[in-house]
Design a protein around this ligand. Sequence first.
Ligand code: NAD
Length: 301
Amino acid sequence: MTAQIIDGKALSRQLRAGFRERVGHLQAQGVQPGLAVILVGENPASQVYVGNKIKACEECGVRSLHVGLPADVSEAEVLATIERLNADEQVHGILVQLPLPPHIPVARVLEAIAVDKDVDGFHLYNVGALVTGHSIFPPCTPYGVQLLLDATGTDVAGQNVVVVGASNIVGKPMGLMLLQREATVTICHAKTRDLAQHTILADILIVAAGKPGLIVPQMVKRGAIVIDVGINRLPDGRIVGDVCFDEVKEKASWITPVPGGVGPMTVTMLIENTLRSAERSFPLARGDDRHGWDAPPAARA
Ligand code: NAD
């Protein structure tokens, strides 16, 4: 068996074409959707990620505001910047690129973002909404994975899903989202004993550990769907995932490539969340109430 490729680039292109229509609809009502991206310092990887996000905004007609702050900026100044953006009606989404320099407490920064502009979905309120199954802004990477799974035509209900990696931005929200869809979810992490004993049972295997070559074919059930979230740069400059792609694709039924799988979808879902926020801010501009916002006013930071 050779797996079919789940093409994140193609799906992204398709979704982004639909976004341009939604932006047009918003603009016709006088709303210009806007995303603010805060980058602290000059981490080269972060600069690339921010660049990709700004480019995607341009492609979809979303206004982007790039706020660059020096690496030695004070916590107070970061919080004041967020406060200013929270109050700016032209900004519908605020994203703080992680990681932050060690002297800036990540949790305090994320919690300063207004919950109805938290398009990364990392604010405690949005995390809680995910736990209770009333997702407001689903975190972008797991949200993208969910759409990639949908693209295979698979109903995840009742399936054994194994997520390798338990971070707050990928593994944990991924597990919660698929649990909400009635999958049987196992989340593994660096302290998991005998990882293969878990992965071999997976109908759907999602890997987000940041370890190239972690998943070899012996760890994969024949016919499994394999989603590789990992992005690793090898010493020779190549970008690879966490899964031994060439070997595992001979055993899986579907597999995502790296690059060209989950990566483009993450940025696409960020634009989706920004549009959703703009549509909520101006109910007449949305064609239906799919994206209804039902948070009590007190929940708005
Ligand atoms: P992280 O370092 O915060 O978390 C890694 C997780 O993997 C931890 O829970 C850790 O316990 C687990 N882990 C590490 N080694 C393991 C092992 N040998 N066996 C089992 N579990 C192990 O990383 P993260 O931010 O969640 O990112 C994970 C990977 O996904 C990275 O390669 C990152 O670059 C990539 N990533 C990709 C996208 C995308 O858009 N494609 C988005 C976010 C992260």
